[in-house]
Design a protein around this ligand. Structure first.
Ligand code: PLP
Length: 373
């Protein structure tokens, strides 16, 4: 059985006002970093998260860099991050000259393990970045408690988790700051783009200043310090606003697809399991993830290549930071992250998957696993 068309892992769906708004930018000449779509996208995004402020920016990586800069993080400082994440989380810390201190993830949510944070806190620790991995929220209550006790800031890297909820609270509104990505494969997209949410007025002002080259707000073209050009364009925001107007649909499609996978696959727990949804969580299902059991003798990469031959695109779970050259720390402490990352992969989670495609993907996945026991 060979699929005629390759089934992609992810693809943007631009089925609302995106086209209309982009054409409006072109017709009016408002294509750069000022314009009504930037303002409206930011206002609507703040409403969506329930925060006072939302600041658009160039991508989800600089969305992490700006709050770290605004908190004054620099040389000699330490920031706690999960080792199991996308590299942008660690890189943003490195850009400040600070050191990312790695913590293992936990079974269940796959997020940072709150029980392993305190042992990593030193006098140099300034903050914690949690990552809502693949759209599943981190267990935030214990993290916020530790942060309060040690006077640390908390940034939620919600790049993959638009609309996910922790105990009824939308992610990005729980810590001091939330950050989002609108890269092409994320839950909603602007091509490249990012957003920062916060209810801290002072911090928001500081980030706005740094985002625009630190130009003095009271004296045009006067600069008291080194800033950055991390702005989003009106063109990107036009796409973003169109996407955001439809975010319930985008979120609903992902929950529908996840439910369809669970229905078809949960009976095969001797072959593999899916990333679970914890009782306190509303998973945003940026990606549905499969974890192969030890009973499957083929390697993760072999199963993925069999699926590739069937025309099904998959993707390995992230390699942990402690395995990669820039952040290698020689420790073998990260057993949970290692176990998950080496045996897991993502299966197609694009919003337009049909029942037929879902049947086909599940059928092939089960077939290859059963053939390799
Ligand atoms: C995608 C992503 C980012 C960075 O976003 P970009 O827009 O690609 O810069 C940061 N953190 C996580 C967890 C991500 O998945």
């Amino acid at each position: 059985m060979k699929a005629v068309n390759r089934i992609p892992l992810a693809n943007p769906v631009l089925n609302g006002n995106e086209r209309k708004y982009v054409l409006d930018c072109i017709d009016t000449g408002w294509i750069s970093a000022n314009g009504k779509y930037v303002t409206e996208f930011e206002e609507k995004f703040a409403d969506f998260c329930g925060t006072k402020h939302a600041l658009s920016c160039a991508n989800g990586t600089v969305a992490l860099h700006l709050p770290l800069l605004a908190y004054g993080v620099g040389q000699g400082d330490e920031i706690i991050i999960p080792t199991f994440t996308y590299i942008a989380t660690a890189n943003a810390v490195k850009y400040c000259g600070a050191t990312p201190v790695l913590v293992d993830c936990q079974n269940g949510s796959w997020g940072i393990d709150p029980n392993k944070i305190e042992e990593k806190i030193t006098t140099r620790t300034k903050g914690i970045i949690v990552v809502h991995l693949y759209g599943h929220p981190v267990d935030m209550d214990p993290v916020m408690e530790i942060a309060k006790k040690h006077n640390l800031f908390v940034i939620e890297d919600a790049a993959e988790a638009h609309g996910a909820e922790y105990k009824g609270k939308v992610v990005g509104s729980i810590g001091d700051v939330g950050t989002f990505s609108f890269f092409g494969n994320k839950i909603i997209s602007t091509g490249e783009g990012g957003m920062i949410t916060t209810s801290d007025n002072e911090l928001a002002d500081r980030m706005r200043l740094l985002r625009g080259q630190a130009m003095d707000p009271t004296r045009r073209y006067w600069f008291n310090e080194v800033g950055y050009n991390y702005r989003m364009t009106n063109l990107q925001a036009a796409v973003g606003l169109g996407q955001l107007e439809n975010i319930s649909w985008h979120m609903g499609q992902r929950r529908r697809i996840a439910a369809e996978y669970i229905e078809r696959l949960s009976q095969y727990s001797e072959l593999f399991t899916l990333q679970p949804e914890m009782p306190w969580a509303k998973h945003a299902y940026w990606m549905v993830s499969i974890l192969l059991s030890d009973k499957v003798k083929a390697s993760r990469d072999e199963i993925m290549s069999m699926l590739e031959d069937d025309g099904i695109e998959t993707r390995p779970l992230f390699y942990s930071m402690h395995q990669m050259p820039p952040y290698y720390d020689g420790s073998s402490d990260y057993t949970v992250s290692d176990a998950i990352s080496s045996r897991g992969f993502n299966i197609p989670t694009n919003a337009t998957l049909s029942e037929e495609e879902l049947d086909y993907i599940c059928d092939r996945l089960v077939h290859h696993c059963q053939n390799n026991l």
